[in-house]
Design a protein around this ligand. Structure first.
Ligand code: COA
Length: 327
């Protein structure tokens, strides 16, 4: 019998700085009532001006390694899913590698917005299953608040900072990642994008003055696509693996909006009691949202050996994915 890729350990980290809805009321024309009822968010973590993405990624990764008692030198691959890298060059993955002392690893960044963590699991899974690598760190890490325009109330109330890491390794074939799928549709590119700062619109004083480097989002349109795509891809991989929602111990969706989570859970027929939500405390941490939630669940004892977990994501691109894991 062959091997599967399993998540053998996790960790997470976030800034100590907290930005509450009351804080935002003082910055933009919004209210705690609006944010809570439309998104479920009460607070989000916000990095200080001297904090950056790889710092949180390294803390999360160290935690995962320590919990598995695996030395950084044993790691073969580091995939850092991020939309808010420390800098364009080198990759945040390489910066994490150096900081961890993971000198035998290849490292790179993966750009799939809020779906980045599941994209990472999906790409790493086959490398472990086919024996190319043994230990891989898949990290979702973001300091999105530095890409957010705090005069734009439709985006600034949503995003938060943090990082989550998963250590993957070969496990028995009836465990680990049982099914996983990722999908993109670039026709939705301009529903969530940051136009400035790349080769298409290079950075100039004008692009900075007009805020072209900030995230711009058509949230209302994305909402419907998110519900539709997360539901259908979840159904697809459950079917592929011959399971139903009744078999799931926990459903961990990307924490984009509590109303999206509720709608997806309702369409999937997943009982509210098995849906994990932490959006109230973290907001939307993009690629970090699922690994932070996953680690919280494991640390709180919500996931034990043998449990079947479904994760589903949706993000800018548009990108979406779903992964079914037996712990
Ligand atoms: N405070 C108060 N009012 C706000 C507001 C805020 N922070 N943000 C928007 N509004 C206003 C709008 O201006 C609009 O006012 P109008 O009716 O006078 O024009 C009204 O609220 C409704 O705006 P709308 O954009 O339709 O709200 P919504 O219910 O769709 O909620 C989001 C907005 C962004 C919370 C929601 O659309 C969402 O979560 N979308 C999905 C995001 C997503 O999945 N992104 C990809 C993955 S990260």
């Amino acid at each position: 019998m062959g091997l599967n890729a399993g998540i053998i350990s996790t960790g997470h980290s976030y800034p100590s700085g907290v930005l509450t809805n009351a804080d935002l009321e003082k910055i933009v024309d919004t209210s705690d009532e609006w944010i809570t009822s439309r998104t479920g968010i009460k607070q989000r973590r916000k990095a200080g001006s001297d904090e950056y993405t790889s710092q949180f990624a390294v803390k999360a990764a160290r935690q995962a390694l320590e919990r598995a008692q695996i030395d950084a030198s044993e790691v073969n691959l580091i995939v850092c899913a991020t939309t808010s890298p420390d800098q364009i060059l080198p990759s945040t993955g390489c910066l994490i590698q150096a900081e961890l002392g993971a000198n035998n690893a290849a490292a790179y960044d993966l750009f799939a917005a809020c779906s980045g963590f599941l994209y990472g699991l999906t790409t790493v899974e086959s490398m472990i299953r086919t024996g190319q690598i043994k230990y891989a760190l898949v990290i979702g890490a973001e300091v999105l608040t530095k890409y957010v325009d705090y005069t734009d109330r439709s985006t600034c109330v949503i995003f938060g900072d943090g990082a989550g890491a998963a250590l993957l390794a070969p496990v028995a074939a009836d465990k680990g990642i049982l099914a996983t799928k990722i999908v993109s549709d670039g026709r939705f590119a301009e529903q969530l994008y940051s136009p400035g700062g790349g080769t298409r619109m290079g950075t100039t004083h004008e692009t900075i003055d007009s805020g072209q480097h900030f995230f711009k989002m058509k949230g209302n349109e994305l909402f419907k696509i998110a519900v539709r795509s997360m539901t259908s891809i979840s159904q697809e991989i459950l079917e592929k693996a011959n399971y139903t929602t009744d078999d799931i111990k926990l459903f961990i969706p990307h924490q984009a909006n509590q109303r999206i989570t509720d709608a997806v859970a309702q369409k999937l027929g997943v009982n509210e009691s098995v849906v994990y939500s932490n959006i109230e405390f973290h907001g939307n941490t993009s690629s970090a949202s699922i690994p932070i939630a996953l680690d919280e669940c494991i640390q709180q004892g919500k996931i034990v050996e043998g449990d079947l977990i479904l994760m589903a994501s949706f993000g800018g691109g548009a990108t979406w994915g779903a992964t079914l894991v037996r712990f």
